[in-house]
Design a binder for this molecule. Structure first.
Ligand SMILES: Nc1nc2c(ncn2[C@@H]2O[C@H](COP(=O)(O)OP(=O)(O)OP(=O)(O)O)[C@@H](O)[C@H]2O)c(=O)[nH]1
Ligand SMILES: [Mg+2]
Length: 293
């Protein structure tokens, strides 16, 4: 019997905002590593998600949705996409066939790339396969793709087949991370992301896009982790909206965030939230850098 060699590689997940990139990565890993919401531009960083089995390790790079950047934060987000595109061995181009806006920016970003691009048509649970096929064709006509896959990141349809195709394209190589690792970010990072997820779920219009979350301290006690975090807003008027009447909004945000952090780390949490104003932080390069983007 010949032994199959161990394979490994980096796979970038790239696509428009809201296409389901983070949902897809979480589905493949079977674990919520990257936050997901119904709002566009949820993901702001490169989120590493590590898939391992006996003879494979795939390091997925989830990325922010591709847009034409308007302010410094978005510019930093697009540099992140560019880095993932460069650092990966192959690319998953995730598209949402129910999105009526063109995919021009993604095609532009990927058209000169000399590595395999797998077109992943997501959300097939929501529309007719033939319609999805027509949408896929419109991309295939403009971009050289290695293969096209129809999946539902939400219910898992087509995910095993997609993984088989990814595996087939990987080169023999050792694992980069211990096999039990799922990611590489510190707990503080996940905490700030889970708070940001609640901001996206609970606030509207400009608010979630104007906030950043900074974990100020993290103390581990035997039975409880004590976490203090600042929510940075872009304008003074947003502070009042975040706090709400009699502090109700921030209190509710704190409860929901604490619950999701507790579910993530499997331990009781005391969460202390404060709102800070950094006038126009999104537009200032030093602040954007300072806040970890
Ligand atoms: N019906 C359906 N909804 C999906 C599917 N995949 C993702 N979604 C939904 O699409 C929305 C966006 O999902 P995300 O995973 O946050 O999308 P994203 O591409 O990471 O978005 P950004 O981080 O903003 O670029 C969420 O409401 C998901 O639940 C799918 O296969 N079917
Ligand atoms: Mg995302």
């Amino acid at each position: 019997m010949t032994e199959t060699p161990h394979k490994s590689g980096y796979v970038a997940i790239i696509g428009k905002p809201n296409a389901g990139k983070s949902t897809l990565m979480n589905r493949i890993l079977g674990s919520k590593i990257s936050i997901t919401t119904h709002k566009a531009q949820t993901t702001r960083h490169q989120i590493v998600g590590i898939y391992s089995d006996d003879d494979t390790q795939v390091v997925f790079l989830d990325t922010p949705g591709v847009i034409t950047p308007k302010y410094e934060l978005q510019k930093a987000m697009m540099s992140t996409v560019g880095r993932a595109r460069t650092d990966s061995d192959l690319i998953l181009f995730i598209m949402d066939p129910t999105d009526s806006h063109p995919t021009d920016e993604v095609i532009e970003l990927l058209k000169s790339i000399q590595k395999p691009i797998l077109l992943v048509v997501n959300k097939i649970d929501t529309l007719d396969r033939a319609v999805a096929g027509i949408k896929a064709k419109s991309v295939e006509d403009r971009l050289r793709v290695h293969s096209t896959h129809f999946v539902s990141a939400l219910n898992g349809d087509g995910i095993n087949e997609l993984m088989q195709s990814i595996r087939a394209l990987l080169l023999p190589g050792p694992p980069f991370y211990p096999k039990e690792d799922l990611s590489e970010h510190p707990v503080r990072f996940f905490v700030s992301e889970l708070i940001r997820e609640q901001l996206f779920l609970r606030f509207h219009e400009e608010i979630p896009y104007s906030c950043s979350v900074e974990v100020i301290s993290y103390e581990e006690d035997q039975d409880i982790d004590r976490i203090s975090a600042n929510i940075i807003v872009n304008r003074k008027s947003q502070k009042g909206m975040l706090i709400g009447k009699g502090g109700k909004a921030i209190k509710d945000l704190g409860i929901r965030s604490r619950e999701s952090i507790e579910a993530f780390i499997g331990k009781q949490v005391f969460l202390d939230l404060h709102v800070k104003v950094r006038e126009k932080w999104r537009e200032k390069e030093n602040w954007v850098k300072n806040l970890g983007y």
